[in-house]
Write a protein that binds this ligand. Structure first.
Ligand code: CIR
Length: 256
């Protein structure tokens, strides 16, 4: 069960953040409204929120997930792979660490974005990407193993469409994962029940299981009905403005 989440709304500089998408500039007012709806959905899932102020100094700082990997007993501060985002960790660290009995951090030359880390119960999938390097993945694997978790590495550097591992996979609860077709046969997922995200709806792979509910992006009807057929209780949210900045549902909160 999660009880809390840390969130930070997009700031006036949101549209100046990093993106590879060709979907146009986001409308900040609409992003704010979508963020508020996201916060209400988290509250509906039973979470109480730590709402941080918008931070104009870091256009991507609404994507708080990238700054930490959280386990019940240990918060691990990351070292984001994009230089423009590394200061985000210091800006959020004091808020994170006060909720945890112990903290650790990814150290140079390691880089790691929280978006590359997919928790699936007692197992963590660790993505190696343009943002998370092998050294960052190794350091995290060591820390998580010491906490009693199992880990496996998923190298996505050849999957050009993915910024982060969680742009292409999500834990749906139990032994079940949502995975884009391009990654579905990866050895790391053997022994897991893989639900393949319908072709053309790959963005929807980034969904978030919280306390028996599943937050999904609206506008992906085939994936939504697939999930409903599996008996999952979905809650669909508009994410158009965050998608323009390569962000998804998981990126917008740190849940613990
Ligand atoms: C970035 O490129 O870093 C941001 N514009 C998007 C980060 C999305 N975060 C995530 O998937 N965890």
């Amino acid at each position: 069960m999660f009880t809390r989440a840390i969130v930070r709304p997009p700031s006036s500089t949101f549209a100046d953040g990093l993106t590879s998408s060709a979907l146009g500039r986001p409308v900040v007012a609409l992003a704010l409204a979508q963020h508020e709806a996201y916060c209400r959905a988290l509250e509906e899932c039973g979470l109480s929120l730590v709402r941080l102020p918008a931070d104009e100094g870091y256009p991507d700082s609404t994507f708080v997930e990238d700054t930490a990997v959280l386990t019940p007993a240990l918060a691990i501060l990351t070292r984001p792979g994009a230089p423009s985002r590394q200061g985000e960790v210091e800006a959020i660290a004091s808020e994170i660490v006060r909720h945890f009995p112990a903290t650790a951090e990814i150290a140079e030359p390691g880089t790691l974005d929280g978006g590359d880390i997919c928790e699936a119960g007692s197992h963590f999938f660790i993505g190696i990407s343009e943002r998370t390097n092998e050294e960052g993945a190794r350091q995290l694997g060591f820390l998580l193993s010491r906490e009693g978790f199992t880990v496996s590495m998923v190298d996505i550097r050849e999957v050009r469409s993915l910024l982060h591992l969680k742009s292409g996979i999500a834990w749906l609860g139990g032994r079940r994962l949502a995975v884009i077709r391009e990654l579905a046969s990866h050895a790391a997922f053997h022994g897991w029940e893989v639900v393949i995200v319908p072709d053309g709806e790959e963005y929807a792979a980034n969904c978030v299981a919280i306390n028996g509910r599943l937050l999904i992006s609206s506008g992906f009807p085939h994936f939504e009905s697939l999930l409903k057929d599996l008996g999952l209780r979905v809650l669909a949210l508009d994410m158009t403005e965050f998608r323009k900045m390569d962000g998804g549902l998981s990126c917008l909160s740190l849940r613990f």
